[in-house]
Write a protein that binds this ligand. Structure first.
Ligand code: SF4
Length: 470
C-alpha cells in the first residue's frame, strides 16, 4: 500500500480552508452505520435474527465478536442529548433493569458458546457510571462467564466525570475496563448552563489524569463544537486544557441541532447557537491546535497521538470504521445488549426494543429482544465498502471493488463519479481512471464525499424534489 498523505500543521490552513466548510459542511453525517436506523424495518424480527445467528454458527461469515452493553440511565438531562436515555436515580428501577440485562447476557451467550473470541466490549449510555462498582462488576463477570474474551481486547466504558465520587478509575480497571471515554463538551460556564450540564474543569482533568495513572491503555476525551453560547475562544481554551492533559485520542463532534427528532434539544434556544461562520472558524482553529500539538488526524473529527493504536493502524492501512467508531480491530459481529442497542450479525443490522416493558417482556419469554433491523442488499454492502475505503484509507481503488464485488466500477457508479467532479475541482479528491484519492483537505469533509455514495440520501432527495414538483 502506498504511503498516505495526512494533514500536517500549517500556519495558513485557516486561509486555505476558509470556504471549505461553507460548501461542504462540517462532518454531520456519521457513516458508522449504513443505512441509518431510520431505514430499519419491523419485518426484520427475532426469527430473521436467529436465522443469521444460525448461518454464523454453521461457519458462514464467522468473524470475531464485539459486545455493546447499553446502560440507559442518567442523573440529569443534558439538553444537547441525542441518545436513548432515561433520567432517573431510582435505585429499584436500575436494579430491575440490570437483572434483565444479566438475563440477556446469559440468553445471548448461549448462541455464541463455542465462539473463539470477543475482542471488544463497549459500555455506553445513557451513563454507565451511574452504576455502583458491584453492579458493573456483576455485568462484567456475567459477560466473562458466557463469552470468551481475548486477553488483549479493548474493553471501553463511557465515563461521566461528574459521577465518579462512588467509583475510581482503579476500580474500573480492576473490573476489566482498559479504555476510558470521557465526555468533556466545553469548560465554559455559560455553555454548560445552556446545555444543562455543569461539569467542572477539575472533575474532567482529574478523570483523565486518574485514568492514565490507573493504567488504562486508551483515554479518549470527547468534545463538541457548535454548542449554544460557545465561541471560538471558549472552545480554544477548553481544547488547550484537554491537550495539556494529553489523552491518547480526542474526538471533536459537530453538534447537530435536531429538535424535531430529539426532544431534549427543544430546550435549547436557537438564538444562542453559533452561526455557520463561527462553526467553520471553530473547526479550523481546533484542527490547527490539535495538529500543532502533535495529534494525527484519523478522520471523522477523530485525532490521536502518534503512538496511539489508531494512528498505528492508520499508518499500517488496517484502520476500521464501524458501529463503535474507529477501531484498530478487524470487522466483527456486534452483539447488542440492553434497550435500544444496535448490533450487527453478518450483513444485517438490528436494534433491540426501545421501551422497557417490551424489552422485559421478550427477555421473560427467553427470546432476543429484537425490535427491527435490516438485511443489507448487495448494493448496500458495496456502498458501505466504498465509504469504509474513503474514511479509513483515503483511497478507493476501482479494481479492488471490481474484484471483490464483481462489478464494473465506472458504469456502476457513473452518476456518483460525475458528481465527484465538483469535489475534484474543489481540491478535495483526485480522480483518475483507476482510483479516487482523498486529499488532506478532503479528509476534513470526508462525510460530504461519502454522501455522494449514499443511496438512501439520494432517494430521499429525489422524493423531496418530486413532491415539490407535484
Ligand atoms: S448526553 Fe449523555 S449524560 Fe447527558 S442526558 Fe444524554 S446520555 Fe445522559
Amino acid at each position: 500500500m502506498r504511503p498516505l498523505s495526512f494533514l500536517q500543521p500549517t500556519s495558513n490552513l485557516l486561509a486555505i480552508n476558509s470556504d471549505l466548510f461553507r460548501y461542504f459542511g462540517v462532518d454531520s453525517v456519521d457513516y458508522r452505520l449504513y443505512p441509518a436506523p431510520d431505514y430499519f424495518i419491523e419485518a426484520f424480527d427475532v426469527q430473521t435474527y436467529l436465522t443469521w445467528l444460525g448461518y454464523r454458527k454453521s461457519g458462514y461469515l464467522r468473524r470475531p465478536l464485539s459486545l455493546y452493553v447499553h446502560i440507559p440511565f442518567c442523573s440529569s438531562l443534558c439538553f444537547f442529548c441525542h441518545c436513548n436515555q432515561i433520567v432517573s436515580r431510582d435505585r429499584d428501577l436500575i436494579e430491575n433493569y440490570l437483572d434483565y440485562l444479566l438475563r440477556e447476557i446469559r440468553l445471548q451467550g448461549q448462541y455464541f458458546k463455542n465462539d473463539p473470541r470477543v475482542e471488544q466490549i463497549y459500555f455506553g449510555g445513557g451513563t454507565p457510571t451511574v452504576l455502583q462498582d458491584y453492579q458493573l462488576n456483576n455485568l462484567m463477570k456475567e459477560i466473562r462467564r458466557h463469552f470468551n474474551l481475548t486477553e488483549q481486547g479493548e474493553f471501553s466504558i463511557e465515563i461521566d466525570s461528574r459521577l465518579m465520587a462512588h467509583l475510581s478509575m482503579h476500580t474500573l480497571k480492576e473490573i476489566g475496563f482498559n479504555c476510558a471515554i470521557i465526555g468533556v463538551q466545553d469548560f465554559d460556564q455559560s455553555v454548560q448552563q445552556s446545555i444543562h450540564r455543569i461539569q467542572t474543569e477539575y472533575e474532567t482533568l482529574h478523570a483523565i489524569d486518574e485514568a492514565r495513572q490507573a493504567g488504562f491503555k486508551t483515554v479518549r476525551a470527547e468534545l463538541i463544537f457548535g454548542l449554544p453560547n460557545q465561541t471560538v475562544e471558549k472552545l480554544g481554551y477548553t481544547l488547550g486544557k484537554i491537550i495539556g492533559a494529553s489523552p491518547d485520542q480526542i474526538c471533536l463532534s459537530n453538534y447537530n441541532y435536531l429538535p424535531e427528532k430529539y426532544k431534549p434539544q427543544r430546550q435549547i434556544d436557537l438564538a444562542n447557537l453559533p452561526g455557520d461562520e463561527i462553526r467553520q472558524d471553530m473547526q479550523l482553529q481546533t484542527i490547527n491546535q490539535l495538529l500543532e500539538a502533535g495529534y494525527v488526524h484519523i478522520g471523522m473529527n477523530h485525532y490521536a497521538q502518534k503512538g496511539d493504536s489508531l494512528a498505528l493502524a492508520q499508518r499500517q492501512g488496517r484502520l476500521h470504521y464501524g458501529l463503535q467508531g474507529y477501531s484498530a480491530y478487524p470487522e466483527s459481529d456486534h452483539i447488542a445488549m440492553g434497550i435500544s442497542a444496535i448490533g450487527s450479525i453478518g450483513p444485517t443490522l438490528s436494534q433491540n426494543h426501545c421501551d422497557l416493558t417490551q424489552y422485559y417482556d421478550r427477555i421473560e419469554r427467553n427470546i432476543p429482544p429484537i425490535m427491527r433491523g435490516i438485511e443489507l442488499s448487495a448494493d448496500d454492502l458495496i456502498r458501505r465498502s466504498v465509504m469504509q475505503a474513503l474514511i479509513c484509507h483515503s483511497v478507493l481503488i476501482f479494481e479492488s471493488m471490481e474484484t471483490f464485488f464483481q462489478i464494473e466500477f465506472k458504469s456502476y457508479f457513473a452518476t456518483e463519479l460525475k458528481e465527484l467532479l465538483f469535489h475534484e475541482q474543489a481540491g478535495l479528491i483526485t480522480l483518475d481512471d483507476e482510483e479516487v484519492t482523498v486529499t488532506p483537505k478532503g479528509q476534513l469533509v470526508i462525510g460530504s464525499i461519502c454522501k455522494v455514495f449514499d443511496k438512501y440520501l439520494r432517494n430521499q432527495q429525489q422524493r423531496q424534489n418530486y413532491s415539490a414538483f407535484i
